[in-house]
Design a protein around this ligand. Structure first.
Ligand code: ZN
Length: 115
């Protein structure tokens, strides 16, 4: 490994050149800096308003639930959206279970009042 700036031979794993102080590039580490343009559509981040829009969409009765199921089951190639739909689906189920429990408890207390 040689310094890109002055050509001095560098020690293996050295981060800076001892002769000129030039920052040495790590060979093992590829350039991980990437911008939003070259992210494949699968990993494209969803903007804050994007999430907001999907939340509103998922709140629509029936249609929203169908969309939620489609996205959660892989109807979209975007992993962020898929995971978001899945987390929303879990939340949906928890809320549904809580509602069922409350309804059952309400029904139980209501029926016990008649006897
Ligand atoms: Zn150098």
């Amino acid at each position: 490994m040689y310094c890109e700036n002055c050509g001095e031979k560098l020690k293996e794993g050295a981060e800076v050149c001892l002769k000129c102080g030039h920052q040495a590039k790590k060979e093992t580490k590829t350039n991980t800096k990437f911008n939003e343009q070259n992210i494949p559509s699968e990993y494209k981040p969803i903007s804050m308003w994007g999430y907001f829009g999907y939340e509103i969409l998922f709140m629509i009765p029936i249609i929203g639930f169908i969309l939620l199921l489609v996205f959660a089951l892989g109807g979209t190639s975007n992993k962020n959206l898929k995971n978001f739909a899945r987390s929303y689906f879990c939340l949906f189920i928890i809320i549904a279970v809580i509602f069922v429990i409350i309804a059952l408890m309400g029904a139980a207390t209501a029926s016990s009042l008649y006897y």
